[in-house]
Design a protein around this ligand. Structure first.
Ligand code: ACO
Length: 702
């Protein structure tokens, strides 16, 4: 655990620089909150004039405090912050929470950089600036200007929005979702999400980490720390509308958007993405209290058929469809329900079910090895007491002899249910007021288990690549002043990274084109090779299915005419002659350099699927073959690859190999490749492989 970050988050002594005697000021509130929350460490208010604030002795400067000071909370106006940071450094303070606003969020980057520079000069770390402060139940510390500590619990919130943190602090009591820590990180001038994930992963009082994110500074580092984290992470990302893609030159660029890339990055790093604030609370409740679900067998026990059906629908919707329980489970459960109940799944112990039905049903099911996780539903009835049912569920689980499986509960009813739900949550059982929410919680525990497994895999790195050759080709194009490769060059780069490109050679004259076509074997395809014509088909500069010498000569003339008509002063290298790959299923593979996460790979079916339906999926590079197979199943038209309407399945394994190699190429050459497309890539029947027919690489600006 980083001792400096520890000093900011768990200080034994705190100076409040800018503490005030005026109850309306933030500098007063922070001292008041530290006093009222029962903080056990020393508090040193720093104020130029005052001698004492709320019983604490005051000092005119932090340098006058005659004791060790771990952390300083700064509440003076922005322009004074560099001075007090300097003094804190001279005093030997380890860390700073800078509450003051007026830095990069209003465009003053220079002031913010100056503050970070001074802090680092003295080995100090900063939370903020522009924050509410830091709250910790386990340390009885409210070093902030929000009035009270959150409901006690095991989650930790890291929020980029201060106002939202204040609102969530209050809402923890009404939502009954407990947090140990709440950390406002504001501008992230120094400590950022990645640092806090690393810290909280080692914090014994944190069982899951909840993030409210507006923007991530360093995407790869965020992913690296999230991947290393063994605790669940939930992220609510604000600002998910696509932007910044319009100016992109390649096909992939126009389809990417930061929201999709964030979504991919979260998934790849094992971070559960919350849909909205409600979902963030609901998922945090489940992930902070329960272990992940290790298999797909979800068993639902209910006293109501209706809520059982609603839960069944939800199970399918959230990707955890119910299966019938094995016969031995059903036989045992039938003993504890009336003859008109159902022991299948959902297990309907019926409306008359009382304590015994719930206790025995839950106890037996929870312990059965077939069951990976349970949802228990209860509709309030006149013959049962919700509190007694809650206790029966809790006792049954504890007395079942099993552990390590998740359980979630839903009570539907009135005030008596409310009280029983509160009791269950206080006893670490996530409880919701709707059946679908309990099932959704279980689905997130299942997904978390899957994501944590794959997130911990190392970064993919194939060995059959020749990056020196690729870099030489790129350097050659740059030497000629170009920022895009020709198709022949791009294909040679692709080949250097193990991609199966169709043989393509450059002809400088009509006669040479005839010779090369005869050597490759008819039929052939001919395309213009010009750094000025990237969209060759639009220029009428591509001819396919050329069957003989005369065809080559005719094509040469038409391609030249059309190219010059398209751009009269186009620089023309010649005409590429290439093998005409037999047609099969057309897909597109591409890449962009995302501003936050770096090289990102896109995949989709070609033609109408990509043009009209935008049926594509993204992953942050590099990806391994297993993730590449996931990409293929993520698109809506995945059935076409699997073999729809009597067609035989496509070679998805070979395609996964291509996607993985492609992702490594754009990752390895991220300093050189800005955007790229392999479009189309032809995918043949199972075992017949894949052919990359066209290649485009746009270079980074240097
Ligand atoms: N050392 C010690 N104390 C000093 C020093 C110094 N060098 N210089 C000034 N002070 C004292 C002042 O005398 C004053 O105390 P007093 O009331 O006894 O006179 C105290 O520090 C505060 O200084 P003020 O000039 O009165 O500043 P004020 O309290 O009005 O504002 C603040 C300071 C709160 C930092 C303000 O500049 C600010 O940034 N406000 C926004 C903070 C915020 O909202 N952050 C969260 C953003 S997230 C969200 O959106 C909710």
């Amino acid at each position: 655990m980083d001792p400096i970050i520890n000093a900011v988050l768990k200080p034994k002594s705190i100076a409040v620089i800018g503490a005030s005697t005026n109850p309306d000021k933030i500098g007063y509130k922070v001292v008041e909150n530290l006093k009222n929350c029962g903080y056990q460490g020393a508090v040193y208010p720093i104020n130029l004039e005052a001698h004492e604030i709320m019983g604490y002795k005051c000092y005119p400067s932090i340098k006058d405090v005659p004791y060790v000071v771990d952390a300083a909370v700064i509440t003076v106006p922005a322009k004074i912050v560099p001075k007090v940071v300097q003094e804190s450094g001279e005093k030997g303070v380890k860390g700073l929470s800078i509450i003051s606003s007026g830095f990069s969020e209003v465009g003053d980057h220079a002031l913010e950089d100056e503050v970070v520079r001074i802090a680092h000069e003295y080995g100090m770390r900063i939370i903020g600036p522009n924050i509410i402060g830091v709250l910790s139940n386990s340390d009885k510390m409210n070093a902030s200007f929000t009035n009270f500590l959150p409901l006690e619990g095991k989650a930790a919130l890291v929020s980029q929005s201060g106002a939202l943190l204040i609102a969530m602090d209050a809402a923890t009591y009404t939502r009954r979702v407990g947090f140990d820590k709440m950390i406002s990180i504001g501008n992230q001038a120094d400590l950022d999400f990645a640092d806090l994930i690393a810290y909280l992963n080692e914090d014994e009082n944190t069982s899951c980490i909840t993030l409210y994110i507006e923007g991530i500074k360093d995407g790869p580092r965020f992913m690296e720390e999230a991947r290393k984290c063994t605790k669940p992470i939930i992220a609510l990302k604000a600002g998910t509308s696509a932007h910044g893609a319009a100016a992109a030159a390649s096909h992939t660029g126009s389809l990417a958007g930061s929201a999709k890339v964030y979504e991919a990055a979260f998934e790849q790093a094992g971070v559960a993405q919350a849909e909205d604030l409600n979902d963030m609370f609901d998922t945090t409740l489940a992930l902070s209290l329960q272990p992940t679900m290790k298999g797909d067998n979800l068993l639902i026990v209910t006293n109501g058929g209706g809520v059982g059906v609603l839960a069944t629908d939800a199970a399918e919707k959230f990707g955890l469809p119910l299966k019938f329980a094995p016969e031995d489970v059903q036989a045992e459960l039938r003993k504890h329900m009336p003859s008109f109940g159902s022991a299948k799944n959902p297990v309907d112990i019926t409306g008359g079910a009382g304590l015994e039905g719930y206790y025995e049903g839950v106890k037996y099911s929870y312990a059965h090895p077939w069951v990976d996780g349970m949802v228990v539903l209860y509709c309030e009835t006149s013959v049962t007491d919700p509190q007694e049912i809650a206790e029966a569920i809790y006792n049954a689980k504890n007395e079942s002899g099993a552990s390590g499986k998740p359980i979630a509960v839903s009570f539907i009813g009135g005030d008596r249910c409310e009280a029983a739900m509160k009791w269950l949550i206080e006893h670490d059982i996530p409880t919701y007021d709707a059946p679908d929410l309990a099932v959704k919680a279980m689905a997130s525990l299942r997904k978390q288990d899957d994501m944590l497994k794959t997130a911990h895999n190392g970064l993919y790195k194939p060995t059959d690549v020749d990056s020196d050759l690729a870099r030489k080709i790129i350097a050659g194009a740059r030497a000629k002043g170009r920022d895009a490769l020709t198709e022949v060059e791009a294909k040679n780069v692709f080949r250097a990274y193990g991609l199966p490109v169709t043989p393509t050679v450059l002809a400088h004259s009509e006669d040479e084109a005839v010779q090369l076509a005869e050597k490759i074997g008819f039929p052939v395809v001919m395309k213009i090779v010009s750094p000025d014509i990237l969209h060759k088909s639009d220029a009428g500069a591509v001819k396919v299915n050329i069957k003989n010498e005369q065809g080559v000569r005719d094509a040469w003339k038409v391609i030249m005419e059309n190219s010059l008509a398209y751009k009269a002063d186009a620089e023309i290298d010649g005409v590429a002659v290439q093998e005409m790959a037999p047609w099969a299923t057309e897909v597109i593979v591409g890449s962009v350099n995302d501003a936050t996460f770096g090289p990102t790979v896109m995949f989709g079916l070609g033609g109408i699927f990509v043009e009209v339906m935008k049926d594509v999926t993204f992953k942050v590079a590099p990806i391994d073959e297993a993730t590449a197979l996931d990409m293929q199943s993520e698109i809506k038209s995945s059935k076409i690859l699997e073999g729809a309407r009597g067609e035989s399945p496509r070679d998805q394994k070979a395609l996964a190999n291509v996607l993985a190699h492609y992702s490594f190429m754009v990752y390895d050459l991220k300093d050189e490749i800005a955007e790229s497309d392999a479009n189309p890539v032809i995918v043949y029947e199972n075992g017949q492989g894949v052919a990359v027919v066209d290649a485009r690489i746009i270079l980074t600006k240097k």
